[in-house]
Structure formats: C-alpha cells, structure tokens
Write a protein that binds this ligand. Structure first.
Ligand SMILES: NC(=O)C1=CN([C@@H]2O[C@H](COP(=O)(O)OP(=O)(O)OC[C@H]3O[C@@H](n4cnc5c(N)ncnc54)[C@H](OP(=O)(O)O)[C@@H]3O)[C@@H](O)[C@H]2O)C=CC1
Ligand SMILES: O=C(O)C1=N[C@H](C(=O)O)C[C@H](O)C1
Length: 283
C-alpha cells in the first residue's frame, strides 16, 4: 500500500501527543483525516485545531459514530491512532473494534487485559504499545531477551524504579510497568508496579532527576536501580527523553507497519512495538 493510500485519523489532536503525531503524519506524506475525536474540553466548542496549517475539525463523543461512518465510506484504507487518556482507552478501543477499524493504541493505562481481549474478539488489526520511541523499544526488547535467556540472573537483587514526567501525566509510566515484568523474570526481590515511584513535582524533577527546566512540560525520565543482596554490586539503567518527537515518528512507523500487515492479510493481527522493530519497520 503506498503512503497516499493510507489515511490516518489521530485522536485526539487537542492533546500533546495527538498533535505531535498528527504533525508527523503530515511530515511523512500520509493522508491526515481532518477530523479528530476528542474529550470534553472547551476545544470542541471552538471547533477545530490547526495541524501544520491543516484545520482539523474536532468531534465530541455524541457525534463520533456519524463522523466515523462518513469517513470510512470515503477512506477504505483508514487507520486510527489513539493518544487520549487512560480513562478513555477501553471505551475508545471498543468503539474502533465495533466499527472494524484498525488502530494504533499509544495511550497507556486502562484495563490492558480487557483491551487485548476486545481487540482479539473483534478481529481488527492493531498495534498496542505504551512506548513508540525506537531506541526505548530496543531497550525494552533487550531486557525481554535478557529475561528469556538468563531467567533468575538477578536473583535476590533489590529493584527500585523512579519515573519523572510532566505534571499533567495522570498514570504511572506504562513503559516502566512493562520493563518491570522483565526484571521480575530476572529474579529480583518481589516488586509490584505500584512500587514504581512517580515524580511529578518540578523541584524534585530538576534537583534529583536532572530534568532540564525547559523540559518540565514534556519529558520521560526513567531510572531502574538494582542492588545485590549484600550491597556490593549495583546496576543502573536509564532512558531519559525530552520532548515527544521519537514517539510521534515511531507511531508513523507503526501505522505503516499495520498498513502492510493489513495488505498482506497477515494471520497475526495484534502487535506491539517490539514486533514493529523486529520487522525492521522503524526508520
Ligand atoms: N506510546 C507512547 O510512546 C506514548 C504514550 N503516551 C501516552 O499518550 C497518552 C496521552 O498523553 P498526552 O498527549 O501527553 O496527554 P494530554 O493530556 O496532552 O492529551 C490527552 C487528550 O485526550 C483527549 N481525550 C480525553 N478523553 C477523551 C476521549 N474519551 N476520547 C477522545 N479524546 C479524549 C483530551 O481531550 P480533552 O481535553 O477534550 O478532554 C486531550 O486532548 C497518555 O496515556 C500517555 O501516557 C505519551 C507519550 C508516548
Ligand atoms: O505520558 C507520557 O509522556 C509518556 N507516556 C508513556 C508511558 O507511560 O510509558 C511513554 C513515555 O514514558 C511518555
């Protein structure tokens, strides 16, 4: 499928990630649908948001079914991207599934088991991942491989995890939650995801996590620290991202990957970003 045949609807262009992704879609030469489903903000009253000079009309929940039906009629190659909020994940995914719409779900949180179940049952193609940034995905894949190859290698080690994000982030890092799964398989002392420390206060972010002041409104700093049982050995892994570009570019990769899977009528229908990376589909 050529790029121009792939039409992309980004929900919600009013948000920080949605806007960055919509811009990346335009940069990549894909067809950006000039409609975006959004939440309850006043922006809906204003009516539209500009994306790289393109006016994108905002659609509230009450009008979304009509809008989707109209768009699907005109654009059979439609793929939806969702960067909304944890509280909207399951409801939005169900809406895409009910409409038979392939989707890239970048939004974190919600009930992830339910999300996978609904998607499986609907048979739609989807990429679902809390992390779209190529190099972070590669780190995530590396940790998964370490856990598979050397289960128990960090047996008895104590894990601590700290993540810092812009203060508007409502949930704990979905990426950290996934990476903790690998550490669990590596045998660390019992560690549940609710032990991940969330840093949202500017003073602590700059003072302890070394977040640059200009990045307070958009950053994702993660530190995983491991200490041996006797305290003589320490390991530390970090991935510190300023801004949103790597996620936006990775999302475009996910869209193009999904379009190719749909075209080849692939048997597997649900993917994550490690699948996209392994397929060599990240630029
Ligand atoms: N996978 C990845 O690589 C990444 C994932 N994320 C995730 O993306 C999500 C969004 O982050 P961010 O852009 O910073 O958040 P923002 O708060 O900036 O944006 C959220 C947007 O969602 C909209 N929204 C809320 N409810 C609904 C709904 N029911 N339907 C449609 N739109 C809705 C809001 O609109 P309104 O104001 O109208 O309510 C708002 O525009 C988070 O879950 C975050 O963790 C972030 C970065 C990278
Ligand atoms: O909300 C964010 O900003 C981010 N969310 C994702 C997550 O929760 O893992 C990815 C990255 O940390 C940025």
């Amino acid at each position: 499928m050529c790029r121009a045949e792939t039409s992309v609807m980004v929900n919600a262009c009013t948000g920080k990630m949605g806007h960055a992704v919509a811009e990346a879609v335009v940069r990549a030469g894909l067809d950006l649908i000039p409609f975006s489903i959004t939440g309850e903000s006043e922006a809906v009253v204003v009516g539209n948001v500009g994306v790289s000079g393109i006016p994108v009309q905002l659609v509230g929940a009450d009008k979304r079914q009509q809008a989707i039906s109209d768009i699907m009629r005109d654009k059979p190659g439609l793929i939806v991207v969702d960067f909304t909020l944890p509280g909207a994940v399951n409801e939005n995914a169900k809406f895409y599934c009910d409409n038979g719409l392939p989707f890239v779900m970048g939004t974190t949180g919600g009930d992830r088991v339910q999300l996978t179940r609904d998607t499986e049952e609907s048979g739609v193609y989807a990429v679902i991942a809390p992390q779209m940034g190529k190099q972070v995905v590669a780190f995530q894949a590396t940790m998964e491989m370490m856990a598979q190859n050397f289960p128990g290698a960090f047996s008895g080690y104590k894990l601590s995890v700290r993540e810092s994000h812009q203060r508007t982030k409502v949930d704990t890092s979905g990426t950290a939650k996934e990476i903790v799964r690998s550490f669990q398989q590596l045998g660390v002392e019992p560690f549940e995801v609710d032990a991940i420390q969330r840093v949202r206060e500017a003073g602590q972010q700059m003072g302890e996590m070394h977040v640059p002041e200009k990045a307070l409104s958009g950053h994702a700093f993660h530190t995983y620290h491991l200490t041996s049982p006797d305290g003589t050995v320490n390991f530390e892994f970090q991935h510190n991202v300023v801004g949103r570009e790597i996620y936006a570019e990775g999302t475009v990769d996910a869209v193009l990957f999904l379009a190719s899977k749909i075209k080849e009528k692939a048997e597997q229908r649900i993917f994550n970003m490690v699948d996209v990376l392994r397929a060599g589909a990240m630029r």
